[in-house]
Design a protein around this ligand. Sequence first.
Ligand SMILES: Nc1ncnc2c1ncn2[C@@H]1O[C@H](COP(=O)(O)OP(=O)(O)OP(=O)(O)O)[C@@H](O)[C@H]1O
Ligand SMILES: [Mg+2]
Length: 280
Amino acid sequence: MKLIDVEDLWFKYAGSDQWVLRNICLEVEEGEFVLIAGKSGCGKSTLLKCFNGLIPHFYEGEFKGKVEVCGLDTREYPPYILSQYAGMVFQNPDNQLFALSVEADIAFALENIALPREEIRERVDWAIKVLGIEDLRERSPVELSSGQKQKVAIASILAMKPKVMLLDEPTSSLDPVSAKQLVELIAELNRRHGLTIVITEHRIDMLLPYISRIVVIEDGEIALDGDPRQVLEKYDLRVHGVAIPKLVRVSNTLRKIIKNPLPTPLSVDEFVNILRSLKG
Ligand SMILES: Nc1ncnc2c1ncn2[C@@H]1O[C@H](COP(=O)(O)OP(=O)(O)OP(=O)(O)O)[C@@H](O)[C@H]1O
Ligand SMILES: [Mg+2]
């Protein structure tokens, strides 16, 4: 099932004469885990904002083409409806949390769409369990660490039961260990709970073992789009302003030194297996 369908999308912000998104055509199917990569300012966050209706409803500008989320034309439905299908987690969790307790924060959006009390309770309990934040339930969001806050932000989106979760650099305020933990949690939401994920991230090394697709944006246009291993084997990401993941660099160098057409590893475990197979 097609969850996101973008047809020839162009967007420029009001007061600017530059198209930030140009000729974007993209379809996202249910179950995919899509990484949107590209150098700073290429239009990644702007594209995500088109998926939950913040563009064109909240940000003014010129919008051409069409975006459909679960069959709904984003021009015709307000963000509060669209966010029930495509929920967004922002870079800075502080912008998303404001209630007195974690539990109240997760319930907030559910109360806004007037779900019955019992359903709210069930969904809050479920989201807290999935994220493994039972110990934070009664805590005030302001006293949590960045990693904990980001988990609460994800839980509050998850509780809305969206079809697709949009995450805009969710790990950028986290230390490497918390970032890795959060990425594993997001991967788990995709693998175990079948949630479709569209994520932007600069630290692509961390996501590589889990994503099913990489879309590289350059100057507002899609430069590359495909299976991560195929994209990495066929193209030099640096040409499009994206650093080559470390693991891939090491394996590319090794391939040249030993003159063996090694497959490209997406995780350390895969690389270890490739090295082991060389011995035998
Ligand atoms: N609200 C806005 N009004 C006007 N211009 C904007 C606005 N938000 C972003 N832009 C411009 O649009 C372009 C794309 O910005 P965007 O935030 O989508 O890039 P990005 O790829 O997410 O960058 P980063 O990796 O730094 O997060 C940039 O030139 C930016 O300055
Ligand atoms: Mg951004």
